[in-house]
Ligand binder design. Sequence first.
Ligand SMILES: [Zn+2]
Length: 65
Amino acid sequence: MTQALCPHCNAALLTLKIVGLDGISNNGSYHCVAYVCPSCNRAISAQIDPVEIEDRLINAIRNRD
Ligand SMILES: [Zn+2]
């Protein structure tokens, strides 16, 4: 089995910390999440919170017509 490794400290990634943060763009602000290595606390990646995207999509579909 392939083991995921932290690109910063090379620790085996069995879990990730998910940290909420605000993302600001020219079009407004979004709730974002960062995926953080539990060994070195460095961010591996970040994105707009997928749950917020899902909620916005569901509301947009419900509010059609
Ligand atoms: Zn690490």
